[in-house]
Write a protein that binds this ligand. Structure first.
Ligand code: TRP
Length: 326
């Protein structure tokens, strides 16, 4: 029996190379080894922005396209929309009884976002509880996430444990699957993120990609060609490390000596990045032109996800002696 993995992303619009390198490439490797569920968490998107629901459909579609163009294969993993599987909501409600408000208000992710976005809703407080339900409703063994999400997975494991101690062994306590991932910095040297608008979108054209890279920050002490540069502090060099296999010989030394100027260095990066993304982008164009196929994949994925979630929820209700007609 293969172990089960669940992963999820919010449909916050076009994915970028940070998502690709930090998450998607890893998921694509995992789909061969594990029984995998890839969720597009549209309910989670409402915790930050519940007013603008009219954009959700397009964004869900985009994420599905990006998932598949990155190589997630609907034959191997269930790709689906969270709100298609109502069992997530049921387990979220049950979990919400078993956790205290201070446990949630102490989480760093809560404190940060609350500050940033001035969020104070009940739903937003419950974000990690819903995430725990996403995971536990499949009895997932592992969750591949970045370090920033680690505490949320621990919370899911705590909830599963609490449930088991209250009602008897039913749920699997999920584990974090941390994988070493390259740091992908955005154009301004901060972590790449769509909300900071410092990203390179997977769907950007080659020209847009080159144009955005031209504006990228470099070593602040290297002002012009001829000045010696420090690759180790340069966000452009960080991307070379991912996209230029020969960066150690061909980029770092001439940057240090001053021989390689930032303009040329960025041009080379744009070329390599575009070459590396070309197959994905070509697939993306084809998939985008076949919306019926994408929606079918999501519907089928939800069917498979529901099967598993329904079984787990029957066990949950039985454990709680709430299977009244059984
Ligand atoms: N909170 C995750 C993020 O911001 C998204 C997410 C929701 C998730 N549910 C999940 C990730 C379940 C892994 C498993 O990236």
């Amino acid at each position: 029996m293969k172990e089960t993995i669940l992963s999820g992303m919010q449909p916050s619009g076009e994915l970028h190379i940070g998502n690709l390198e930090a998450a998607l490439k890893n998921w694509v490797r995992l789909q061969d080894e594990y029984s995998m569920y890839c969720c597009i968490v549209d309910w989670h998107a409402l915790t930050g922005d519940y007013q603008h629901t009219e954009i959700l459909k397009e964004r869900v579609f985009e994420v599905a396209v990006d998932y598949m163009s990155a190589g997630l294969d609907p034959e191997k993993c269930a790709i689906f929309i969270q709100s298609d599987v109502k069992e997530h909501a049921e387990l979220h409600l049950l979990f919400s009884m078993m956790i205290t408000v201070p446990t949630l208000t102490r989480l760093p992710t809560y404190l940060e976002k609350k500050e940033q976005k001035n969020l104070d809703s009940y739903g937003f407080l419950g974000y990690p509880v819903l995430q725990a339900a996403d995971i536990c409703v499949y009895n997932a063994d592992k969750v591949p996430v970045g370090k920033d999400q680690e505490k949320h997975i621990w919370l899911a494991a705590d909830l599963a444990k609490r449930f088991n101690s209250l009602y008897g062994d039913t749920l699997v306590e999920p584990q974090v699957l941390l994988t070493p991932i390259p740091t992908i910095l955005g154009l301004d040297g901060r972590k790449m993120s769509k909300s900071l608008d410092n990203h390179i979108a997977l769907g950007a054209t080659e020209e847009e990609t080159a144009a955005r890279l031209r504006k990228m920050f470099t070593d602040p002490e290297k002002l012009r060609k001829g000045d010696p540069g420090r690759p180790e502090v340069c966000p452009v060099y960080m991307l070379h490390q991912v996209y230029t296999p020969s960066h150690k010989e061909e980029i770092a030394p001439p940057c240090r000596s001053g021989e390689l100027g930032c303009v040329d260095c960025k041009r080379q990066l744009a070329e390599n990045l575009n070459t590396s993304l070309r197959p994905l982008r070509e697939k993306r164009v084809v998939l985008t032109q076949n919306p019926d196929y994408i929606w079918d994949v999501l519907k089928n994925g939800a069917g498979r996800a529901k099967e598993r979630a329904r079984t787990v929820m029957q066990q949950v209700r039985a454990a709680m002696k709430m299977d009244y007609y059984g």
